[in-house]
Design a protein around this ligand. Structure first.
Ligand code: HEC
Ligand code: HEC
Ligand code: HEC
Length: 203
């Protein structure tokens, strides 16, 4: 193991323990108890899951007037980092942007496809990647095949590389919602260990 990756691993494990200690597990429990279907219920049935997911994402945002210098952004829901929560803005109907400047262009429907990505350490909640909200804003070729091979599990994604701007970090932390504070971790790490219907290797 190279000394650098040793430190990276050490940092991640440390971060997990600190975050767990700080109550990330409680945040997640609140979220899951509030709205997501219970284990072995209908969790994993795509349509149901999306409804709950969107409701939850939308509920978590708050409008804080006077928090943005840009007038047009002031009335939009914000996330815990103080930035606009664009998912909530769309889901709650604050905005409804056109798909194209060309009024005749046909708008493709978002792709309803959730990808489960296990966080490969104990404790840290697993990731659910929703194609729907991404393909609402983006085209397939923004991500495939250059950032992600379109095959579940085919990409060796790690948080360390995400923090350095690879994978999800190509957008998140730059133009899409950012990592901190820890309430934002939960937007990706939304499925508690043992709460998915997938076979999990890290408990
Ligand atoms: C934009 C989505 C996203 C956000 C935000 C995010 N993560 Fe991750 N995280 C991932 C993905 C994807 C993985 C890859 C899962 C795997 O293979 O381990 C991951 C993996 C991890 C892992 C497993 C170990 C590793 O290095 O892969 C840890 C620990 C982790 N994240 C911590 C965090 C913390 C702490 C935060 C908040 C500061 C956070 N994550 C925010 C997407 C995200
Ligand atoms: C924001 C990035 C992004 C966009 C945009 C995107 N995808 Fe994906 N796609 C992913 C990720 C991440 C995965 C999972 C890769 C992994 O697990 O390693 C994935 C996986 C897939 C898979 C594999 C599913 C499986 O079960 O193996 C298919 C098929 C796919 N995408 C099709 C599409 C299509 C079609 C579009 C456009 C309508 C699209 N994707 C747009 C990021 C994206
Ligand atoms: C090509 C750019 C791009 C990439 C790559 C990307 N995202 Fe996103 N993601 C977005 C945009 C844009 C949104 C809409 C919300 C926003 O702008 O903050 C979004 C929204 C989301 C949401 C919706 C939940 C919420 O609270 O808004 C989740 C979850 C998410 N991304 C996870 C991921 C994960 C996990 C990966 C990597 C596997 C990833 N994203 C890679 C651009 C991207």
């Amino acid at each position: 193991m190279k000394i650098k990756s040793f430190y990276a691993t050490f940092f991640m494990v440390f971060a997990v323990i600190v975050l767990a200690g700080c109550g990330i597990q409680e945040d997640l429990n609140n979220i899951i108890n509030a709205d997501l279907p219970k284990k072995n219920d209908d969790f994993g049935q795509e349509d149901d899951y999306y409804e709950k997911f969107y409701k939850e994402v939308a509920k978590r945002s708050h409008i804080k007037k006077g928090t943005s210098d840009i007038k047009a952004l002031d009335g939009l829901p914000k996330d815990p980092s103080g930035n606009v929560n664009w998912t909530a803005a769309v889901v709650n109907g604050y905005i409804s942007p056109r798909g194209s400047l060309d009024p005749a262009a046909q708008d493709d429907l978002p792709l309803n496809l959730n990808i489960f990505i296990e966080a490969k350490v104990p404790l840290m909640a697993n990731v659910m990647f929703p194609h729907s909200i991404h393909t609402y804003w983006l085209s397939c070729n923004n991500c495939h095949p250059k950032i992600f091979i379109p095959e579940a599990g085919a990409n060796p994604i790690s948080m360390d590389e995400i923090f350095k701007g690879q994978w999800c970090g190509r957008c998140h932390g730059k133009v899409a919602f950012t990592f901190w504070p820890r309430e934002n971790c939960v937007r990706c790490h939304i499925v508690l260990k043992g709460q998915s219907l997938e076979r999990e290797s890290y408990k």
